[in-house]
Design a protein around this ligand. Structure first.
Ligand code: LLP
Length: 861
């Protein structure tokens, strides 16, 4: 094979990957596969796990039991791996171990380690590990050569950085280097070398700084023009958030270099940001893979990402950020304010990360990596800065970033996501000039919750299956993720549904078993005394009969709903019916009391204007806890901007009037919104109501409303009822004596319902393809109204591959008449039955005859 047609791949393995025989077997297998693919392989690897830290402790004199014991521990770790690999460790490592002892003795004698000594000592970690790795691979693969990295990589001088950086954070150039390529080719088809170390122009050992092994691999890939750079680590790729914070974080299948750089720089530890530029400049794709799970595809980083369109790909948090707020009354139109103040930062070596300015205030954040340094210079720095402005140092804050591409163009779509900031103090907001990053600085105590919420709203709900792979939990759980489409009730009953859809379309179909299943789950909550079904979610008589039969009460919001209940169940105890009107006319209160149902008052107006109606009565009060939750701003029902509930400041007047009228406040009610996934939300409502109850006295029922979130598509999950139950149990233990009621709508009926509709026509407009069906927003308005993304399948062709991307649209004369956008579906034909899942809640009840097209009919099976 001539040098010019050789394909090289550079594979970098991290510390954990090279620390056990099991992993070395996997490495050998990966190398063998690359060889079979016709590539030559250069393996770059780090020191064994933990060794670099131990070596650093030797330098710092920070060892627990003295330097001698630390050296013994390092020796033993390597000899043990050698024994596992059936190698003669003493012979292979003898020279390096001798050097280790000599260097450590020198440090003890001198009392400190100069930079050169530090570099030599740290480099031993890589040298020892590769001595073992190369010997093992050589035997295992019948040939593997060890090449010293200092013969391949030479550092280049950096300007004005000082000796420390030249020796301990060296950099190399990334121009193609035929000599390096030749050196590797001569060594053989499988070569192994150290990460992290290089030589300087004088031939001495230098280190490549933090993340050095990733950088080594990238430099080598650039110099030899590798086909591919593979970074093997102990996680299966890059994720849409830190999986330890957000277990539903999704694998990022494909990223552009720019996106990967942004994600790596903002805190994802998987890949060091330094390794991206060399790969990018030579268009070498980077594959991030997991040594323990080589069968997984991981993340591919290259010139193009999976999606060209604007989108948020990941969320990152950097904690312990320090903000410097500079306030100057005279700043407006003042020349040189920034230059004067920034000069003070420069003088104290403080690097600025984010900046935001207003007329009288400039707030900046400091590079989080440099915090330790900041504390040392803080006093002097603040003193000098105060000569120019009023200074406030704000700590305990974190930067939460949305990372993606062209974020500026999709701000409007992010509207609902930003609502999570409504209750937060945002200290600083910054949009990166490269349009890849949108950052908020908030209290650190809030950062985790915000990231989880934002992730749910902008990543999970996007349902995008191109960019996003499986979730962390799915990948790391036991075995394969269960396929939600295969296990859905409508897949089990597919033949029946195809027959129904074929007979008449469009139609809603509800599955009795599933409905009962959801109700049983709710009934199992031990902390809840009574459940009232919020019938606004689905008023089909079959549904009402089933739930009433299971012992649930009914929650009504209009006199029409009350009348419907009393007609269906003429003998029902009116105490099982709640009536919770909002801005209803006077007459509805008269009727409600007349029928004996439980009336909830959600405004003080009726008490002031129609006091006679309330004399001697018993009511519930709907309280506005001051905040709302929910899947969309239309369904958040708390806070000043929501029309619901009595604000807390009116409670004293309500109490006074109630007393005057002999009105008994039996219970308090709050419903903060709909589609809530935070399991603590109901406990928080209970706490808020408890406070009001103490103010009022005599209240013995707390009705915590509905709002229990469900999944609308296969990428989402429902609220965890067990956790809701645990939280409420804790509340009950703390405050016994209340009856706890809830009034779920959606949770009971969503899963049980599907909408069947048939394909009418197909259309292609350039890249955009439309799949027309026989009903649209007139039957199901949730996608148009809330941007809801429901699972849509072609029930007639479930087995066929979903290889076309379509917009599913109805026949209504509005461009908003879309049931699904960018859906992967099989090639469909006129007459196919299309199924929209999780559509049992707020489906038929919100339909209309718009365009005089009758909405879907409904039935229970
Ligand atoms: N209680 C009260 C006072 C309510 O206003 C509601 C819903 C519920 C209970 C039941 O909430 P659920 O458990 O279903 O979330 N059309 C929107 C939902 C509007 C909810 C209105 N109130 C949607 O399709 O998402």
């Amino acid at each position: 094979m001539g040098t010019d047609i050789e394909k090289w791949m550079v594979l970098k393995f991290g510390g954990t990957s090279v620390s056990s025989r099991e992993n070395w077997e996997r490495i050998a297998e990966v190398v063998a596969v690359r060889r079979r693919e016709g590539a030559r392989v250069c393996v770059v690897h780090s020191a064994l796990a933990g060794v670099s830290n131990r070596l650093q402790e030797l330098i710092d004199g920070d060892t627990e039991k003295g330097r001698g014991a630390a050296v013994d521990a390092i020796r033993e770790q390597h000899l043990e791996l050698a024994r596992d690999l059936e190698l003669d460790g003493e012979t292979l490592l003898g020279g390096h171990l001798g050097e280790l002892e000599r260097l450590v003795r020198g440090i003890e004698l001198v009392g400190e380690a100069g930079y050169r000594v530090q570099a030599r000592l740290m480099g031993l970690g890589e040298l020892m590990a590769t001595a073992l790795g190369a010997a093992w691979l050589d035997r295992r693969l019948d040939g593997a050569a060890l090449v010293d990295a200092r013969d391949l990589l030479e550092s280049v001088p950096q300007r004005n950085v000082g000796e420390r950086a030249e020796v301990l954070s060296a950099v190399c150039d990334i121009a193609p280097d035929p000599q390096v390529r030749r050196r590797l080719s001569e060594a053989g088809p499988v070569v192994l070398t150290q990460g992290f170390i290089a030589r300087d122009p004088g031939g001495q050992t230098v280190l490549l700084g933090r993340g050095g092994s990733d950088a080594s691999a990238a430099y080598l890939a650039a110099k030899i023009g590798a086909e591919r750079l593979e970074i093997w680590t102990d996680v299966p790729g890059m994720f849409s958030a830190n999986p330890h914070q957000v277990p539903s974080a999704r694998l990022l299948r494909r990223l552009s270099y720019a996106e990967a750089q942004e994600i790596a720089t903002n805190g994802a530890r998987v890949l060091h940001p330094r390794c991206i530029r060399p790969a990018r400049e030579h268009a070498i794709p980077i594959h991030v893979r997991c040594t323990q799970r080589p069968e997984l595809e991981g993340t591919v980083i290259s010139g193009s990402s999976a999606d060209e369109e604007a989108m948020v790909k990941a969320l990152a948090v950097r904690s312990d950020v320090v903000l410097v707020s500079m306030e100057s009354l005279g700043m407006w139109q003042q020349v040189g304010f920034l230059s004067d103040t920034f000069a003070v930062f420069k003088k104290h070596g403080l690097s600025i990360d984010l900046v935001s300015t207003s007329e009288s205030n400039v707030t900046v954040s400091l590079d989080p990596g440099l915090n330790a340094h900041f504390r040392q210079v803080e006093e002097a720095f603040v003193g000098e800065l105060q000569e120019h402005c009023r200074v406030k140092i704000i700590g305990g804050v974190s930067a939460v970033s949305l990372l993606g591409r062209n974020i500026r163009t999709i701000l409007h779509q992010l509207g609902p996501a930003f609502e999570v900031f409504q209750e937060q103090h945002v200290y600083l907001l910054s949009q990166a000039a490269n349009d890849l990053n949108f950052t908020f600085v908030v209290d650190s105590s809030q950062a985790g919750r915000l990231v989880r919420q934002l992730h749910e709203q902008v990543i999970t709900q996007s349902g995008n299956r191109h960019s996003f792979g499986p979730t962390w939990t799915e990948l790391m759980g036991d075995g394969q993720p269960e396929d939600p489409v295969k296990t859905a009730w409508w897949n089990r009953r597919r033949e029946e549904l195809l027959r129904l859809g074929g007979e008449r379309s469009p139609r809603y179909v509800y599955d009795r078993q599933t409905l009962r299943g959801s109700a049983l789950q709710m009934l199992e909550m031990s902390s809840v005394d009574r459940i009232f079904y919020a019938m606004k979610a689905n008023a089909h008589p079959g549904v009402l009969r089933e739930l009433e039969g299971m012992g649930l009460g009914l929650e009504c919001v209009s006199i029409g709903e009350v009348a419907c209940v009393l007609e269906l169940f003429p003998d029902i105890d009116p105490g099982r019916v709640l009536f919770t009107p909002n801005f209803a006319p006077r007459g509805e209160y008269v009727r409600g009391f007349g029928l004996g149902v439980r009336v909830t008052l959600d405004n003080i107006y009726p008490l002031r204007q129609w006091p006679e109606l309330f004399e001697g009565r018993e009511v519930f009060l709907r309280i506005d806890p001051g905040y709302g939750h929910g899947h969309h701003r239309h369904v958040k029902t708390g806070g000043t901007h929501s029309k619901f509930g009595i604000p807390r400041f009116e409670i004293p007047e309500v109490a006074r009037r109630a007393e005057e009228l002999g009105l008994k406040v039996r219970g308090l009610h709050a419903h903060t919104g709909s589609g809530i996934k935070d399991p603590l939300a109901w406990k928080n409502t209970a706490l808020a109501l408890h406070e009001v109850a103490q103010e009022l006295g005599g209240v013995d029922i707390l009705d915590l409303g509905g709002g229990f979130g469900v999944r609308e598509n296969e990428t989402q999950s429902a609220v965890d009822l067990e956790r809701v139950d645990e939280a409420l149990d804790a509340f009950r233990r703390a405050w016994p004596g209340y009856e706890i009621w809830v009034e779920p709508g959606r949770y009971l009926v969503a899963e049980a319902g599907v909408l069947l509709t048939r394909v009418t026509q197909l259309k292609g407009k350039g890249n955009v393809r439309y799949l027309g069906v026989d009903t649209g927003m007139n039957s199901f308005i949730r996608p148009a109204l809330y941007g809801a993304r429901h699972t849509i399948v072609n029930l007639s062709r479930l087995e066929e591959p979903s290889d076309s991307v379509v917009n599913v649209v109805g026949p209504i004369c509005e461009s908003g008449d879309k049931l699904g956008i960018d859906r992967h579906m099989p090639e469909s034909q006129e007459g196919d039955v299309i199924l929209i899942a999780h559509a049992g809640a707020y489906g038929r009840v919100m339909s209309s005859s718009y365009n005089l097209r009758p909405p879907a009919s409904e039935e229970m099976i």
